[in-house]
Structures are given as C-alpha cells and as structure tokens.
Design a protein around this ligand. Structure first.
Ligand code: ADP
Ligand code: MG
Length: 488
C-alpha cells in the first residue's frame, strides 16, 4: 500500500474518475450531421442539433454498437434495456436547454481495467457504469471584444462517460488507469483517445483519509485533458487537502478547475450551488432495447486486447514483461512487431532483440521524422531481416544502426545495403588476429603499460582494432583474440 507519510502520520489517497470519451463515429448520436474535426464553425450541424422546433432525435445505431463494444472490451455487463433522460440546464451553447444522457439506467454496468501498481502488482480498477450522452456546443469569447460566438459542431456528438469506482490510490495509479483505458479504446476503435483534440477528458475526484477510517470528502476537478495534468491535479489536491485537514479544518465538497499554467486547482462551485438538473425520462425516445444476438455478434468482433496480447508475447517468445507491455500498448506497434517476427520465423532468440530495436532505434527514427509506426519507411519485413543479420553475426549492432538509417532513406532491404557498402562483419579469427597484432606492434609502449597493470588500456586496443577494421570486427572474437595475445 502506498500511503503518504507526513509529520502527523499516514494518509491514504482515494481517486475516482469520470472519463468522457468521444465515440468514434462519422455522424452524431441523434442526427446525421458529420463529426469531422477541423471544419468551419457550424458546418456540422443538422436542424436537430440546433434545436429547430419540430425536429426529433433518431438513435444512431452505430454509436450504440460502439458503446456495446466498449462495455464488452472493458469486461462490463451490457444492459438489454437502458433509458435516455433529459438533464435540464441553460447555457448559450445548448440551444435545447437540456442534454440527453442516461442517468438512471445506463447501457453498461460494471466492468474493470487492470493496471500495474508501483509495486509491480496487477490491480483491478472497477467501473461503476458507462453511459451514453450528447456533447454540448462551444462558446467562443475571444473573436470579438463585444460578442460571444456559438459553434454547434460538437453539439450532439456521442460521448461515453466511463465512471470508475473510487479504486485508485495515487496519482500514478490514476495515470496508469487512463493510459490503459486509452490503449484499450484505441484497440477497440471506439474512441481515438486524442486528448489534445478533446476526444477524451476526465473529471478527477480526489479525497484523503487516515488508513482504516472512512473515505474523506472529495473534491472534483473538471475537464482534465492530459495524463500529465491528471497526475499533477491529483498531487496538488492531495497536498491541499492534507494541509487543510492537518490544520484542523474540513475539506469542502466542491467542483474545481485545474490551471495547467500554474499546476494548481481552484474552486469553481461548491456542492450547495450545484445545479438541480431536474432529470426526467426523455419523452422523444423509446427505451433502448437490445437483442442478445446483436451483443453476441459485436463480441465476436473484439480483437485481442493489450493485456492478453502482452501475456501471449511473454509466454510464446519469452519476451520480458516490460518489453511486452511497451510493444502491445499500441495495436499498430504490436502488429508491426509480430509481422516482423513472423517474417523471420518467429524465433525466440530474435524476439527480445527485435523489441529492443523497435523500442529504441525505430521509435527514435519515427520521432525524429515525426511519423507514426503506420508511416514507417522501414517495413516490418525489413526490420525482421535486419535483426536476423545482427543475430547471425553478419553485421555488428553498431553497423546495424547505420544500416537502419539507410533503410529509412532508401527503403532498400538491409541485405542489399550491407552488400553494397561492404559492411559484412569480419568473423575470421585470422584476419582479426592480424589487425590486432598490427595495433599492438604500433603501440608497444601501451602494451608495456598494460602489462604493468593499466587494465583500462584493453578498451583502447579494442577501439584501435575496430578503427582498423572500420567497425566490422566481430566484438566477441575481437575480445577473445586480444585476451589471448595480451596473455602471451
Ligand atoms: P456524483 O454522481 O455526485 O458525481 P458518484 O458517487 O457517482 O457522485 O461518484 C462520482 C465519482 O467520484 C466516481 O468516479 C467515484 O468513484 C468518485 N468518488 C466517490 N466518492 C469518492 C471519494 N470519497 N473520494 C474520491 N473519489 C470518490
Ligand atoms: Mg460527478
């Protein structure tokens, strides 16, 4: 258990999240208006989204399928009957004066996400439920000194609100949860998880209490839109609440805002002035009734998810846990990895080397060129071939880095590049011995120093011989022969 220890004793942290995830869908939840990003204001607005009198909501069955898929992927129960409710409030960017949501009977109940704790243990973060709702429009205040503009492009876009139980015990656990959730949603292709475009954001509930006592009063930090900010908001709240409690005061239940420029949260409204939304069943929609067969069909489309895929890679290829988790956190990376491995007959020996090269060198290249793995100029097959050349001692790891750079530039197979450049590794003991003998003869003074106890010079001789052979000498043979020569 990770407690916070201060001079007054131990504190336990409790975090629960309400994650808003935009459903991946080309049209909105109750209208056929498109949902595309980066268009002109009010370009994606149907009459219904603008609350033109006489228009009615029509349920987009694809959005329902997406919510079902999400629920199944997160181990939840799909409710065969769920209901839509009206949540009433006034806002300039909400032309109906209400939001359609699911308050009393959500589409998904329960479920969980597995995370790894700092102690390396697997822990379940339980979900309370997932419900569907409409997003609101956006008020734009900074285009004119005297006017506010309203953009209804987001109005009516389908959101899933994924509500957890208060199961997380630190900022790190909350961050792991959100990272894992995003990874699963991306595997499912039900939410793109792009937090900087607003496709995913979280309301963060935080409280502290003494271990063994009841949970403390929570504060809710609204609309946190990055994993880094999530961790910062939790840490700030924990410190703030502990210092309030330690000075003998009480934490107020309130809604707060996180300011990313200061890393602090500030009060927005207290529980007393929380609005009364007057929820009631949406009269323009029938209950959402689902056939079991529809759920079963969707279940059959769920891909292997990151946790089971990581476990399989560990079991099948002896891949270390750390590598397996990194490789599988994005589906496209895992696909690349397995394709590369498959092209060299999925040898266990190659599995770890391949993952190190993808995590290290390939990611660095992608980063440098600002590309995703899907845009990689090195194909999985060529990557597999490169690892094969390293493992079979055709080239050294050092030269392989240059080969990889050229693969990116030319898109040629590594074997061709090695051939053209004459970069094959020297594995002949005789050639290596000759070049070492030359090095030792040239530096006879240093050989004497070495024999006099200056062990460090071993590395110097290796370096010189590598220079002599343009980095092509097999390092292991080089070491062995040098030891032999110096021992004479
Ligand atoms: P409300 O509907 O008023 O927002 P809920 O009880 O549904 O309240 O909880 C909302 C969120 O707050 C959930 O994610 C839940 O896990 C979390 N939560 C509830 N109690 C606490 C607490 N004492 N400390 C931290 N988080 C909490
Ligand atoms: Mg809430």
């Amino acid at each position: 258990m990770s407690y916070i220890e201060t001079s007054s004793g131990k504190w336990e942290v409790v975090v629960g999240l309400e994650v808003h995830a935009q459903v991946t869908s080309s049209s909105k939840l109750f209208s056929d208006a498109p949902t595309g990003f980066g268009v002109y204001p009010n370009e994606n607005v149907a009459f219904f989204d603008a609350a033109i009198p006489g228009t009615l909501p029509v349920v987009n069955s694809f959005c329902i399928d997406q919510a079902i898929k999400t629920g199944l992927g997160l181990n939840g129960t799909v409710n065969l009957t769920s209901l839509f409710d009206r949540k009433n409030y006034f806002y300039a960017d909400l032309p109906t004066g209400y939001q359609i949501t699911q308050f009393y009977h959500p589409i998904i109940s329960g479920g969980y996400v597995e995370i790894e704790t700092e102690e390396g243990e697997i822990k379940r973060v339980n979900l309370d439920h997932i419900h569907l709702e409409q997003d609101a429009g956006k008020s734009i205040h900074d285009q004119s000194p005297t006017k506010t503009f309203v953009d209804l492009n987001r109005s009516g876009v389908a959101l899933m609100e994924i509500v957890t139980k208060p199961d997380m015990r630190s900022a790190e656990e909350a961050a792991s949860f959100l990272r894992k959730l995003r990874s699963i949603l991306r595997y499912l292709k039900t939410c793109d998880g792009n937090m900087d475009e607003g496709s995913m954001r979280a309301d963060v509930n935080v409280s502290v209490h003494r271990p063994g006592t009841e949970y403390g009063t929570r504060a809710e930090v609204k609309n946190v839109n990055s994993i880094k900010f999530l961790a910062a908001a939790v840490n700030f709240e924990v410190e703030r609440q502990i210092s309030i409690l330690e000075s003998g005061n009480e934490v107020k239940q309130e809604t707060r805002l996180f300011d990313s420029s200061t890393g602090k949260t500030k009060a927005m409204r207290s529980k007393e002035d929380a609005p009364d939304y007057r929820y009631f069943p949406e009269p323009d929609l029938l209950p959402l009734v689902l056939e079991q067969s529809r759920i079963d069909t969707i279940r059959s489309t769920i891909p292997e998810l990151p946790d089971s895929r990581a476990r399989r890679l560990q079991l099948d290829y002896d891949l270390p846990h750390y590598d397996a988790c990194l490789i599988t956190s994005e589906k496209e990376v895992a696909d690349f990895y397995e394709k590369a491995l498959g092209s060299v007959k999925s040898d266990k020996e190659l599995a770890k080397t391949l993952s190190s090269w993808i995590i290290g060198e390939l990611f660095a290249l992608l980063n440098k060129h600002g590309k995703t793995i899907l845009e990689s100029r090195v194909s999985p097959e060529h990557m597999g071939e490169l690892i094969f050349l390293i493992k079979t001692d055709v080239i050294s790891g050092k030269i392989a880095k240059d080969v990889l750079e050229l693969m990116w530039e030319t898109q040629k197979p590594p074997t061709d590049i090695v051939e053209e450049k004459g970069w094959k590794q020297i594995v002949s003991v005789d050639i290596i011995r000759d070049s070492l003998k030359e090095v030792l003869a040239k530096h006879s003074d240093k050989v004497a120093e070495y024999k006099g106890g200056k062990d460090k010079l071993f590395g110097f001789f290796i370096g010189q011989a590598m220079k002599e052979t343009q980095g092509k000498a097999n390092p292991q043979i080089l070491n062995e022969v040098l030891e032999e020569l110096l021992g004479e």
